[in-house]
Write a protein that binds this ligand. Structure first.
Ligand SMILES: Nc1nc2c(c(=O)[nH]1)N[C@H]1C(S)=C(S)[C@@H](COP(=O)(O)O)O[C@H]1N2
Ligand SMILES: [Mo]
Length: 213
């Protein structure tokens, strides 16, 4: 799996700009992937089926498939195990991008430590409350930026943005970041998700404009 050179370059640029000027003196051509338009709003994109806040306290995430330790986590357990903050840009294939969204949650790398994927695990499929699914290569997810998020801007994630818990996979288009996460499956073979079977690209790197297949 090649690195996302454009993403890394943009991150380095951002770091440099912060360090040198103390403000976000950003060259948009390096931060905004090709074909994207910047928005200051935060559009809501899903299938219109969302959990209610009453369902948050009993939420569980099942981890199954090619792992040494199959386990079902309650959301409370996840919160107790880890809380790290991440600031990320978000790029939707429908061409809007939003900078600097502040999430908190458990890094995916921490989950990998706990459940120990087996050597044959090569692909991960994420399942959601609304029967949405999306697939990502495991190698891509061994990245400290990837988060199992349960807070947005310091508060519980509202249902419209994927609460109580969602994936944040910032180096891929937004459709790879499953909202209302209910299950994570580690697989030896790939399996296309909801949008991937409907013509979206299997990988989805915004810097390479991997929009459609
Ligand atoms: N469960 C679920 N997750 C989903 C979707 C969805 O329809 N259902 N839509 C995806 C798409 S296309 C995008 S752009 C982002 C949007 O996240 P937002 O609504 O918080 O902006 O969620 C992704 N995750
Ligand atoms: Mo999207």
């Amino acid at each position: 799996m090649p690195y996302n050179e454009g993403y890394i370059k943009a991150k380095l640029k951002q770091a440099e700009a912060h360090k040198l000027t103390g403000q976000q003196d950003i060259d948009h051509s390096d931060r905004l992937p090709p074909g994207q338009t910047l928005t200051t709003g935060f559009p809501i994109l899903d299938l219109g089926v969302r959990p209610k806040r009453e369902e948050y306290p009993s939420w569980q995430i099942e981890v199954r498939g090619k792992v040494a330790n199959k386990k079902t986590f309650s959301l409370d357990e996840i919160k107790k195990l880890s809380r790290e903050e991440r600031m990320h840009d978000f790029h939707c294939v429908t061409r809007w991008s939003r900078y600097d969204i502040n999430w908190a949650g458990m890094p995916f790398t921490k989950l990998l430590e706990l459940i120990q994927p087996l050597p044959e695990a090569k692909h991960v499929v994420f399942y959601s409350y609304d029967n949405y699914t999306t697939n990502i290569p495991l190698e891509e997810l061994r990245n400290d930026d990837v988060l199992i998020a349960y807070e947005l801007e310091g508060k519980e994630i509202p249902p419209e943005h994927g609460g109580p818990v969602r994936m944040i996979v910032p180096m891929l288009y937004g459709w790879k970041s499953a909202k209302f996460l209910t299950k994570i499956e580690f697989r030896d073979e790939d399996e296309s998700g909801f949008w991937e079977v409907r013509g979206y690209h299997n990988h989805g790197d915004p810097w390479l404009e991997e929009r459609y297949s």
